[in-house]
Design a protein around this ligand. Structure first.
Ligand code: IPD
Ligand code: CA
Ligand code: CA
Length: 258
């Protein structure tokens, strides 16, 4: 399908300003254990959905804060996480992003991740490369896990997975330089794409957490798979390993040990 990358990035960036609405960020509804939605999440989703529909009426829309049943996997679809890092937003941690992917027949066409607190716009389109604020980005060249900085994700809404999860963190921590935990899967993926991190892994993510990041990583020379090395699903939850294409074999070995 035809799309205008600048236009899509513009829609995401201008909606991103809504993340500064502290009053709306304080209007919180509980979705589950440690899982919240704020009025900012809802406002952002509504605005981006409306803007995209006006420009691309034939493209379907998947968003975290709506019922996504009935989407046709064969058609084109926007996949939006209006606020990735809602817990960070509630705590004024200033580490949250808007994440929008575009897929057709399971193929990633475009990805945009915008972090308004640092004004960093990560963009990628299939076959055109990946960019941060207009400058090309690439994954790191770090050859071994021992020299790597690795982000972990805690799978925070599934506390019963903590023992296995934290055991994996320890194995990776002992094998790499150090680990990080940001609270935004989209930003973890964007940071791997631009080489600030060498890898990132987390269990049980949702398609909107990684739809944009997968396009970004591919275009930046990296890769994203599940813990088995297979492509993550766009239609159900998936475990995720993102890396620079060099250190994944070591990571898979450590993650599968549990
Ligand atoms: C969450 C963040 C977090 C990750 C969770 C995600 P949300 O997204 O990406 O870093 O650990 O698994 O669900 O709920 O803030 O959109
Ligand atoms: Ca998310
Ligand atoms: Ca979200």
């Amino acid at each position: 399908m035809q799309f205008d990358m600048r236009e899509i990035a513009g829609v995401v960036k201008s909606a991103g300003a809504l993340l500064f609405d502290t009053r709306a960020a304080g209007e919180i509804t509980v979705k589950g254990r440690a899982d919240f939605v704020t009025q900012v999440d809802l406002n952002l989703q509504e605005r981006i959905k409306r803007e995209l529909f006006r420009r691309y009426p034939a493209v379907q829309f998947m968003g975290e804060e709506q019922d996504n049943s009935g989407l046709d996997p064969a058609g084109a679809v926007w996949i939006l996480d209006p606020v990735d890092g809602t817990t960070n937003l509630i705590h004024h941690y200033n580490q949250s992003a808007v994440s929008l992917g575009l897929y057709e027949k399971g193929v990633g066409l475009a990805g945009v991740i915008y972090q308004p607190f640092t004004d960093e716009l990560f963009c990628a389109a299939k076959g055109c490369g990946a960019f941060l604020n207009g400058k090309p980005i690439r994954v790191s060249k770090t050859p071994t896990l021992a020299e790597s900085l690795v982000a972990v994700g805690t799978n925070p809404y599934c506390k019963q997975a903590a023992p296995g999860n934290f055991a994996a963190f320890q194995r990776v921590f002992e094998a790499c330089q150090d680990i990080r935990r940001s609270g935004s899967a989209a930003l973890d993926l964007a940071y791997v794409a631009c080489g600030r991190l060498d890898a990132y892994f987390e269990q049980n993510l949702k398609p909107w957490d990684y739809a944009a990041g997968m396009v970004l990583l591919k275009e930046a020379g990296g890769q994203v798979t599940d813990y088995e090395g297979k492509p993550p699903s766009l239609w159900k939850n998936s475990d995720l390993v993102a890396g620079n294409g060099k250190i994944e074999p070591e990571l898979y070995r450590l993650l599968r040990k549990g």
